[in-house]
Design a protein around this ligand. Structure first.
Ligand code: HSE
Length: 291
């Protein structure tokens, strides 16, 4: 029997749409795995009532198939589904890391990324490595079709999850099909600043690099109160604010000493719109851990 803790993640970070991701120190999914003749799945925890236990429909079933590793799998969800915090990716990452070890398959962490992404495709219909990569490898990740680059960054973050449902399908449908050259130039500059900021553990540069005028404004319309929450977080000292993944979580980068105030300000700003929310005071953390 193995236990794996796989972290929630935040993809995109504004300027890195479908490429950048970070592992969050918390929340996380905890998955227990035991060898068995066939795959069975039990799900408990946050939003478990919305997650199918049928191995053909659950993200970890596809991972077990891909690794030819049948197991009894118990998932304790710390990450609510449809949060923008890589919920299905965390379970898929935990299963990939755990089954690889349980069955001694010998894959490296980087090699496990596309295997876990197959699991995610079961639920999202589309495989994105930008959530599974940081959940498996930790830190800040740059996932492209050439593979994953990883940086062990340390940046304080606040993730505020409102009680709103945004379907990933809707969030992808509003992404503009084209962008102007000036927007492309700005995005390249911001992505480069963010990457440098991650190497330097510099929240100012990371926050500056989170700015995005292409995808984020289109998606913000799906999140009631996004602009108010963003402005409130910036006024409280956040160095940058954007949508986490496909939303509805709003994520802010900051200096350590401002984190608590930013967290309470973001909660209040959603509250003023009549939207309940919960907040995680977190930071960039490590990848999936096996116990
Ligand atoms: N990059 C993805 C998106 C994250 O923003 O739609 C969800 O897989």
């Amino acid at each position: 029997m193995l236990t794996v803790r796989a972290p929630a993640t935040s993809a995109n970070l504004g300027s890195g749409f479908d490429v950048f991701g970070v592992a969050l120190e918390r929340p996380a999914d905890v998955v227990r795995l035991e060898k068995a003749d066939r795959v069975t799945i039990d799900v408990t925890g946050a939003g478990s009532q919305y997650i199918p236990e049928d191995p053909d429909k659950n993200t970890v079933g596809a991972v077990a198939d891909a690794l030819d590793a049948p197991a009894r799998i118990q998932i304790d969800k710390g990450v609510r589904p449809a949060s923008g915090l890589g919920s299905s990716a965390a379970s898929a990452a935990a299963a990939a890391v755990g089954l690889n070890e349980l069955y001694d398959r010998g894959y490296s962490r980087e090699e496990l990324v596309p295997i876990a992404a197959k699991g995610e495709a079961v639920v999202s219909g589309d495989a994105h490595d930008d959530n599974v990569a940081p959940s498996i490898m930790g830190g800040f990740t740059i996932a492209t079709d050439k593979g994953v680059t990883q940086v062990d960054a340390d940046i304080p973050l606040v993730a505020c999850l409102p009680d709103i449902v945004v379907s990933t399908r809707d969030a992808r449908n509003v992404v503009p099909e084209t962008a102007r050259v000036d927007q492309m130039v700005e995005t390249v500059g911001n992505a480069a600043s963010l990457t440098t900021g991650m190497h330097r553990d510099d929240p100012e540069l990371v926050g500056q690099g989170m700015h995005d005028t292409v995808v984020t404004p289109a998606r913000a319309k799906l999140i009631d109160g996004y602009e108010q929450v963003r402005e409130a977080a910036l006024a409280a000292g956040a160095t940058g604010v954007t949508i986490s993944g496909a939303g509805p979580t709003v994520i802010a980068a900051c200096a350590e000493e401002d984190r608590r105030q930013i967290a309470s300000t973001m909660l209040d700003a959603f509250g003023e719109r009549g939207v309940d929310a919960r907040v995680y005071q977190t930071r960039i953390g490590g990848g999936a851990e096996v116990f």
